[in-house]
Ligand binder design. Structure first.
Ligand code: RRS
Ligand code: CA
Ligand code: ZN
Length: 170
């Protein structure tokens, strides 16, 4: 099966991210923790580093919205498309991740939609990964349900390392 796909990449490895708003489905501190843990999964296996910023601009802007939300990709209500994100680019929307607020985001539950899985997938796009046809890959285009303690698939890791190299530790 076709493995990972690559879109544009950032020309730098130190990236910033900012949480614009949060789903009310989970406590705010849990949303923040899930977002940070999700983006750090990609840093764990590459030379990327991420800094959360709370004011000013950032490379990756993270927001939740329902229906039409100011870009050319209106969301579709509960189910269907869960979220989308933009490949790296110099324009403002590059790298940004949008989550469909009409989903019921959950954590550590088979109910609803697992926030972490969706976040890891979207941040993959924010970093320049396309979709993979490997069913177990987080970059697979279909949400296949809650996976406790899920890890990046080897295909996901190969993809991010193709763009940003291996993590060489401190
Ligand atoms: C991978 C995920 C985190 C992000 C992707 C979108 C994406 O690639 N974002 O970067 C996603 O939402 N995929 C749909 C694909 C999809 C499945 N169906 C659909 C019905 C209508 C529209 C889309 C879909 C059938 C019904 C199930 C609907 C609920 C699950 N939805 C999906 O799996
Ligand atoms: Ca939806
Ligand atoms: Zn996707």
């Amino acid at each position: 099966k076709k493995r990972y796909a690559l879109g544009s990449r950032w020309s730098k490895t130190e990236l910033t991210y900012k949480i614009i708003n949060r789903t009310p489905d989970l406590p705010a501190d849990e949303v923040d923790r899930i977002i940070t843990e999700s983006i750090e999964k990609w840093a764990d296996v590459s030379r990327l580093t991420f800094t959360l910023v709370t004011s000013g601009d950032a490379d990756i802007l993270i927001s939740f919205a329902a229906g039409s939300h100011g870009d050319d990709g209106p969301f579709d209500g509960p189910g269907g498309v869960l979220a989308h994100a933009y490949y790296p680019s110099s324009n403002a929307i590059g790298g940004d991740a949008h989550f469909d607020e009409d989903e019921d985001y959950t954590d550590a539950s088979s109910r609803g939609i697992n926030m972490e899985w969706v976040a890891v997938h979207e941040f993959g796009h924010s970093l320049g990964l396309g979709h993979s046809q490997i069913e177990g890959a987080v970059m697979y285009p279909y949400y296949t349900g809650y996976v406790p303690n899920f890890q990046l698939n080897s295909d996901d890791i190969a993809g991010i390392q193709a763009h940003y190299g291996e993590n060489v530790g401190e």
